[in-house]
Write a protein that binds this ligand. Sequence first.
Ligand code: HEM
Length: 137
Amino acid sequence: MLWVKAFHVVFMVAWFAGLFYLPRLFVYHAQATDALSHERFKVMERKLYRGIMTPSMVLTLGFGLWLWLGFGITGTWLHAKVAVVVLLVAHHFWLGHLVKVFARDSNERSHVFYRWINEIPLLYLVAIVVLVVVKPF
Ligand code: HEM
């Protein structure tokens, strides 16, 4: 069980690294004025989202479900955790939609908007880690 939990946490860290870094790329991309920079950011965003974030999300969820359904670790805290994770997965797919918006050169939002988006994963991280470590209910 501990090996499963270890890999659950490893892929969670990789997923969150992308959840924090991708909006940062959007900040610089929204400020870019030359075509070369635009093309460079498109490649970085696509590779980060498809090559790191999405596989890490799938593995985090897979190992989490294995801990829950395979080893029977459960409780009200876990149901609340899964509810927050569902919102986080929706946030992940929204970021994926934004990757496509930038790829079409049709972004209309300013870098300030993406600086705020950059902070959102922290709220999810605090909520999920408190629920699973403290198990308040
Ligand atoms: C479907 C989604 C998920 C399920 C079903 C799930 C389930 C679980 C379960 C059953 C444990 C073991 C808890 C224990 O042994 O006390 C665990 C541990 C953990 N989970 Fe998840 N998890 C999910 C997603 C996530 C996500 C997105 C994060 C991101 C922050 C996360 C962070 C952690 C951490 C840090 C631990 C280790 C806690 C400890 O050792 O005290 N999990 N998870």
